[in-house]
Ligand binder design. Sequence first.
Ligand SMILES: [Cu+2]
Length: 354
Amino acid sequence: MKTQLILATTIATLATTTSVFAHATFANQPAEVGSYVAATLQVPHGCDGKATNEVQIKLPEGVISAKPMPKAGWEVEVITGDYQNSYDNHGKAVKSGPVEIRFKNGDLPDNFYDTFTVYGKIAAGDPATGLAFPTVQLCGTDGKVAWDQIAAPGQDPHDLDGPAPVLQLVAAERDAHGGHGAHGAHGGHAAPAEQAAADGHGAHGAHGDHAGHGDHMAAADPGGFETVTAGDLELTAGFTKAMLPGQPVGGGFITISNKGSEDDTLVSATSAQAGEVQLHEMAMEGDVMKMRQLNDGIAIPAGQTVELKPGGLHLMFFKVAEAFKEGATVNVTLTFDRAGAVDVVLPVGPARGN
Ligand SMILES: [Cu+2]
């Protein structure tokens, strides 16, 4: 009995010690200054045994046009504000945008590991120090782990109790060719890095966005959707958009008219081309963009038309094995309370405006 107690204590101590060293860190390193990166934060544990329900990631100065990668089971909030400096993004001055990303109301048990991804442009940053993203994990109402300490010049981040995850940086290629461009992109002087980015990646067209106010769902209807009639419902203007490599999630949009005299509800959606399809709502509350799953479905009242469109109600595709390509189509089955299962074919529009 006594031995067991001692053993239990030893394990508890071991667990505590381990958790002190298992910091929240970025998986993909380093990032090139001037480039767009998907920075993936690894969260190795909860708060002293409690499950993590919220992860708040502050974006450092120099990271612009950031967007969270939607995560099944988690609501997403994007908080916008002013940047300290102005950044040139394809000839347009960017002075404000997302400054913090919050993944909320999820459930990550203490003994599990998960990742949270933020996509954005590293407009400026010093490769000598990297960029620190102060992060807070919340567990229930009283549990909290803060990874918000930033090493002072010359200080070893390992000496900190709760070091903020640091994204390592390398100088933009053009700077590197110049011999010693390590500090070329420092502070508000983002011009060289910006230029390099334009030269290096301008052809993609996948980042012609200015994610100021929750436009991460902005997309244009490419047309070509074939109207579907099912009972009292008429479905028009359906589409989705091409996905960026490594980002296996995306939105789907469609207009549903209920021409009957009875209310209906869109209760679920499935697709063979996605591991999971959720019904989502996106809404702005002041400077905060919120995206959440609608567990009770989407009401389609009698005699009314409901639009699933960018920035509002939408379908959300998760676990997409093969990225949607522009010009292709995505088969989706929408299930309604009254009208039953309805098959639609969504044309895939361009990624631009993602
Ligand atoms: Cu969504």
